[in-house]
Design a protein around this ligand. Structure first.
Ligand SMILES: NC(=O)c1ccc[n+]([C@@H]2O[C@H](COP(=O)([O-])OP(=O)(O)OC[C@H]3O[C@@H](n4cnc5c(N)ncnc54)[C@H](OP(=O)(O)O)[C@@H]3O)[C@@H](O)[C@H]2O)c1
Length: 253
């Protein structure tokens, strides 16, 4: 039976593959037939993801700290060479979320979120679009958030990083479209990942109860976000670019 999400023959780089959404995306891509390159800082955790993939030895672990923005293009070129194949897809799921009020939004705290969430995304786009790195038709997926368009106290900095992603996606889609590189975003509400549980641990119970009620179809699971990524990476999304898919249990409806 034809599977429109089939990724057989594609090589896909996933950042944040050591945890949460990135790990779920990496595993689904492998289950759909892709060769997956796993990015993140913690090699041990990346190896755990690799072990969860079908044909584990077919996939590569490529630890890298994405705070080194100017080093990202050289890292991606190396990834492409070691994979011995051009990259058909890139998912940037690495990122940080910190709840903090405006009064502590100093340079260091802002850099702490901007660098992995935004600067890394730009470095990855730069590396992916360099000559000889990406395949003839390819797809980039960046993780945004409903926080980028639906306000919450304490999230100004994080929301700013995700608003930047939405803008980057639209312009990158137009700049790279002539080269058949599609660029899209996924905007989840809260997702059942370590990031969500860390947020829960530092947030009053009443706020969490309200948030969970507002996700009236339920808090999405990382595996459900992964299906959206697989769609955007697949040939089924051949004519989809510059857009943002929302998955939030109805939170922002
Ligand atoms: N969970 C949610 O509720 C939610 C909602 C909306 C949007 N999102 C977005 O979805 C994405 C994934 O979130 P998640 O919940 O899966 O987070 P997570 O479970 O906390 O995982 C974050 C990932 O980012 C990687 N990472 C962080 N800093 C890095 C750096 N400097 N260099 C390389 N890798 C780095 C981590 O890997 P290492 O520790 O191995 O480096 C880890 O794999 C993020 O962009 C997040 O903003 C999440």
């Amino acid at each position: 039976m034809h599977n429109p999400l089939d990724l057989t023959g594609k090589t896909i780089l996933v950042t944040g593959a050591s945890s949460g959404i990135g790990r779920a995306i990496a595993i689904l891509c492998g289950q759909l037939g892709a060769r997956v390159v796993l990015g993140g800082r913690r090699e041990g955790a990346l190896r755990e993801t690799q072990a969860a993939l079908p044909n584990a030895e077919m996939h590569r672990v490529e630890p890298f700290d994405l705070t080194a923005m100017d080093g990202i293009p050289a890292w991606i070129t190396g990834v492409r060479e070691r994979a011995e194949a051009p990259l058909d897809g890139l998912v940037h799921s690495a990122g940080l979320s910190v709840t903090m009020p405006i009064r502590v939004a100093n340079r260091a705290n802002t850099d702490n979120l901007m660098i992995p969430n935004v600067y890394a995304a730009l470095g990855l786009l730069r590396g992916f679009s360099a000559k000889g790195v990406a395949a003839g038709q390819s797809s980039v997926v960046l993780l945004s958030s409903v926080a980028s368009f639906d306000g919450s106290p304490g999230l100004v900095t994080y929301a700013g990083t995700k608003g930047a992603i939405n803008g980057i996606v639209r312009s990158a889609a137009k700049e790279l479209g002539p080269r058949r590189v599609r660029v899209n975003a996924i905007a989840p509400g809260y997702v059942e990942t370590p990031m969500y549980h860390e947020m829960k641990a530092t947030t009053p119970d009443a706020v969490i109860t309200k948030l969970e009620e507002e996700h009236f179809l339920g808090i999405p699971k990382p595996e459900e976000v992964a299906v959206m990524a697989a769609y955007l990476l697949s040939d089924a999304a051949r004519v989809v670019t510059g857009t943002m898919l929302v998955i939030d249990g109805g939170y922002s409806a």
